[in-house]
Design a protein around this ligand. Structure first.
Ligand code: DC
Length: 215
């Protein structure tokens, strides 16, 4: 049997990774994995248990001990904590502010990488994040890096009702020592400032289909 195919979609905040990854996964019948949600889930768990997110040792200890499982429901991977999958809770301003601290802890990134690689047991994947093509699945032949102008991305976040200082988030994601946001070698870079989600996902789907041998 052929090994599962992994499509890695990385990029800056609000560059359309989630929307496009979901569209690509649906079109190809692949499983969608939102790795940002996994980091957010750990940040939420730390806040809930009064773990100081600015203390890397405390965060690493919480990550060693939390009781989690992965499941795939309706073509989408979910990370459960004590059998519960937090959803609205991981999108609050408080969790968003905590998550870059958690995501900068090397032990956390190691843990996440292991869990993310385990997702291939669910089948072919479209995995979105910041380090999928560079660290999690560096061996995949299907790497995409999305970006858009800061102006456009800020507009998109406002339209989603979550105004955020994207420039400083990008800076933190790109400058951290552990698995910083970078364009993976061989990744196709798509600047979608002037493109719709259908156009962006269309480019990705077309390229994957061509490389898979046409369809
Ligand atoms: O994509 P998002 O906004 O849900 O990501 C939340 C945070 O997690 C963001 O600060 C970047 C970080 N992240 C990461 O470091 N590596 C990933 N693979 C995914 C997200």
């Amino acid at each position: 049997m052929n090994p599962p195919i992994v499509i890695a979609i990385d990029g800056t905040s609000a560059s359309g990774k989630s929307t496009n990854a979901k569209l690509v996964a649906r079109a190809l019948g692949y499983v969608y994995v939102d790795t940002g949600a996994m980091y957010r889930t750990l940040a939420w768990h730390c806040l809930r248990h009064r773990v100081d997110v600015e203390d890397p040792k405390a965060v690493a200890a919480a990550c060693r001990r939390w009781n989690t499982s992965l499941e795939c429901v309706d073509g989408r991977v979910r990370l459960l904590v004590d059998g519960y999958c937090p959803e609205p809770e991981i999108r609050t301003a408080e969790t968003s502010a905590a998550v870059p601290h958690v995501a900068a802890v090397p032990k956390v990134r190691e843990w996440m990488k292991k869990r993310q690689r385990e997702c291939v047991r669910f089948g072919n994947l479209v995995m979105e994040g910041r380090d999928i093509g560079t660290h999690v699945f560096p061996e995949t032949d299907y790497k995409f890096y999305l970006d858009a102008s800061l102006h456009e991305r800020t507009k998109r976040r406002h339209a989603d009702g979550v105004p955020e200082d994207l420039a400083s988030r990008d800076q933190r994601d790109s400058q951290r020592a552990a698995a910083p946001l970078m364009i993976a070698l061989g990744a196709r870079v798509i600047n979608n400032s002037e493109m719709t989600a259908e156009q962006t996902s269309g480019l990705i789907i077309e390229e994957v289909r061509q490389r898979l041998g046409g369809s």
